[in-house]
Design a protein around this ligand. Structure first.
Ligand code: ADP
Ligand code: MG
Length: 201
């Protein structure tokens, strides 16, 4: 079972990984966006880590709700409200249970991913974070490792896609041939989850 400490480690592992990969995320965003995705998420997850340390929530749902609120209030770009909604909605679906199973988390994340789709109006194949998140949430029902692989494959699969949502969609055909920054950061989020689970085992 996964407790609040597990979810706090997931978030701090994500923060470290975003720090490490910030330059790469910004470089991807410079090709098809406005070169701020790395710094946006760095600011957001630094705030998440600080808030979790200041007043550590005691349930998995509350950890994700707090993280989501921080992302919404600190990230200016489109990705802030979208990731914030993902985590808040996932946290809400987990309710106030002190511990949840991997299957509970996979199901809750599926609800979070659906909420991102409703908020941003994007679907699979539009070259957004959803192209990593949708397959990941589905594969997490099997295992954390499967979820990680699906997210990574989903991010790579955005390269030949033409962007239909977000800033990259303004480029039309010229968005083809570049990996989507948000799908790339979504793969980092799921990779951090899989690593946290492996370390806890
Ligand atoms: P901004 O585009 O405002 O500069 P970021 O650079 O932080 O924000 O984030 C860009 C990423 O956000 C994109 O790579 C894409 O994955 C994601 N994104 C943008 N619009 C949408 C949308 N409508 N639905 C889902 N994801 C989106
Ligand atoms: Mg940007």
């Amino acid at each position: 079972m996964l407790d609040a400490a597990f979810f706090r480690r997931w978030m701090t592992t994500t923060a470290a990984s975003v720090d490490r990969e910030a330059a790469r995320l910004t470089e991807l965003d410079s090709a098809i966006g406005d070169a701020d995705h790395g710094s946006n998420l760095q600011r957001g997850f630094t705030a998440v880590a600080a808030a979790l340390e200041k007043e550590p929530p005691t349930t998995p749902g509350a950890v994700l709700a707090l993280a989501g609120r921080q992302l919404i209030s600190t990230v200016g770009g489109a990705s802030g409200p979208l990731y914030g909604t993902l985590l808040r909605r996932t946290g809400k679906a987990l309710g106030d249970a002190p511990e949840v199973s991997g299957e509970d988390l996979a199901r809750a994340l599926g609800e979070g991913v659906a909420a991102v789709g409703r908020l941003g109006g994007a679907r699979a194949g539009d070259k957004t974070m959803l192209d990593a998140l949708i397959p990941a949430a589905e594969a997490l029902g099997t295992s954390f490792a499967a979820g990680r692989e699906a997210a990574e494959a989903g991010a790579l699969a955005t390269v030949p896609m033409r962007a239909r949502k977000g800033r990259a969609s303004y480029l039309g055909e010229r968005s083809v041939g570049h990996q989507d920054p948000g799908a790339t950061s979504a793969a980092l989020l799921i990779d951090a989850l899989a690593r946290t689970a492996r370390e806890a085992a």
